[in-house]
Write a protein that binds this ligand. Structure first.
Ligand SMILES: O=C(O)CCC(=O)C(=O)O
Length: 276
């Protein structure tokens, strides 16, 4: 069997996993040199150095802030050439097209997530569904996230934990990214009748990724390893997505500004398909 035929088979299996579970894990996607340049870019951004000349968006964490809490920086791909190379790498667009059957795929938001070691408070991510923060898109939009591992992600390093099948539970609007006690928070997650809590930790080698649906519940605990957990959450959309009808009525907290760059290829690059 040719390498292409093997890849196609693997992609079919991944697509089934994504559709059935609401997430899938891809152990190998980005070339090692691309990952290394993105890591260098990540460190430069954390120091406040921007080789594109453009700063990231206003972010919860700024250079000089506490190095022991979760570092979350918005839109790092406009600030670093190395990060941009990874975020626009053709392997990413192809993967998303293979998983969704889409003819066009755009990156519409990116988060740099650096979870320091040491298990300190302020490093967990509470259970949430991404769509609860994305009201600026219509409810039926096809939105998904590729979470890229730039360090080996193990059970000890605070991996993302997904609730298998929760993408079929509907939008609950119950969850909190910044909640710190993810054990206690479990009680608040509304499990529909007949469903169960089926939690899976995404263990991913450096250069691999996971992909999750906008309704899949997920969160992560502290990093108990002795190395930082490095990642980018790359939020993507397909041609089956559109702004919500009521965008102008939304508040900033409801995500009104998340669609402000849809027509700007520097911020929202097309990563699969062709422009008309
Ligand atoms: O990095 C994490 O632990 C969670 C990231 C997240 O919430 C996401 O990728 O949507």
């Amino acid at each position: 069997m040719s390498a292409q035929a093997t890849l196609t088979m693997t992609r079919q299996a991944l697509r089934s996993r994504y559709e059935e579970d609401g997430f899938c894990v891809v152990p190998e996607l980005f070339p090692a040199d691309v990952v290394e340049r993105a890591v260098q870019g990540m460190d430069a951004i954390r120091r406040g150095e921007y080789d594109t000349g453009t700063p990231p968006e206003e972010s919860p964490w700024k250079p000089g802030d506490d190095p022991n809490v979760l570092c979350k920086i918005e839109m790092p791909h406009v600030a670093s050439r190395g990060v941009r190379e990874l975020v626009t790498h053709p392997a990413l667009g192809k993967l998303i097209a293979d998983l969704t059957g889409a003819s066009k795929v755009w990156v519409w938001w990116v988060q740099l997530l650096y979870k320091p070691p040491g298990g300190k408070p302020g490093t967990s991510v509470g259970w949430h569904q991404d769509k609860q923060y994305w009201h600026a898109f219509s409810p039926d939009s096809e939105l998904l996230t590729c979470w890229v591992a730039l360090s080996d992600v193990t059970e000890q390093s605070g991996p993302v934990r997904f609730l298998r099948g929760s993408h079929r539970w509907g939008l609950k609007n119950i969850g909190d990214f910044f909640h710190q006690d993810i054990e206690a928070q479990k009680a608040a997650v509304p499990i529909p009748p007949g469903e169960t809590w089926d939690e899976v930790a995404a263990i991913i080698p450096r250069g691999g990724c996971s992909v999750h649906h906008m309704l899949t519940y997920h969160g992560s605990g502290p990093n108990l390893s002795n190395a930082p957990r490095r990642s980018f959450a790359i939020h993507l959309r397909t041609e089956r997505s559109r702004p919500a009808d009521n965008v102008s009525e939304l508040t900033l907290e409801q995500g009104r500004d998340l669609i402000k760059y849809l027509d700007d290829p520097f911020y929202n690059p097309l990563v699969y398909g062709k422009d008309e």
